[in-house]
Design a protein around this ligand. Sequence first.
Ligand code: SF4
Length: 303
Amino acid sequence: MENFNELQNEVLRLKKEKNALILAHYYVPLEVQDVSDAVCDSFAMAQKAARAENDLIVICGVRFMGESAKILSPEKTVLLPSPDAGCPMADMVTPEDVLRLRAEHPGAKVMCYVNSSAAVKAVSDVCCTSSSALRIAKSLDCEEIIFVPDVHLGSYVAARVPEKRFWLHNGFCPTHHKIAEADVLAAKRAHPEAVFAVHPECGDDVVKHGDLVGSTAEILDFARNTGAGEILIGTESEIVERLRRELPGKKVYGVGSSFVCPNMKKATLRALYECLRDEKYKVELPGDVLRAARESLDRMVNS
Ligand code: SF4
């Protein structure tokens, strides 16, 4: 059993000594979030990395988040504590898939969810987050959109932008995808007074029950600001734990029995400590991929 206090003190000491910035995603373990400079979603993470004055940035999350930070701040050293922490959804689409879809649908623009590799961003027209996808899809100057990799976020957006034709890739987040409508209905029966906040990476039959459909940050804001005293959360379990700690006056419930992203849990406190101590594992990207991916991310920021 790890001694969290000792490791946390060591992380804080190394962070100061090396003038490092630690950014954590909301889904990594709370004891890691607690020693981070900021806890954020993937896009805010990349933005904070780009604005930071520190030369050393540690991204506690999965690989595409480390890549996004490196794309937006190529001159900085970006470290990922767990080099094998990938995102199965990001891995479901390759640059070759995007090029094939482009050939099949000439004239369509390619929108890629930020949960994608740098190589896929490099062959896309514009990136989006779950909170900006609708706005960007509406504003794109085209009649057809190829959306990769998330079929669920893509179909959520497509249903709300009927003036455009969508071609969806068939990727999905295994963590959100496995939540079934029956899980939601059972949770609603158990907690009939609760309002339901759900992430659009879940399937349509789950999302349609949401009082709020939004990104992780939007779900957190909704839970904090709603007048309801009971909230049912349709996203990763660390959000439930965080809200229970943050909102002791409210009752916060999860849906289903194991709403956990195993890759996010690889950013352990020990992995973070060893990453800072040894200055490993550096995120590196080929120059041409980095430059092309930057254009897609810049269009998202400026759209
Ligand atoms: S929760 Fe899903 S989309 Fe997010 S990192 Fe894990 S597998 Fe990828």
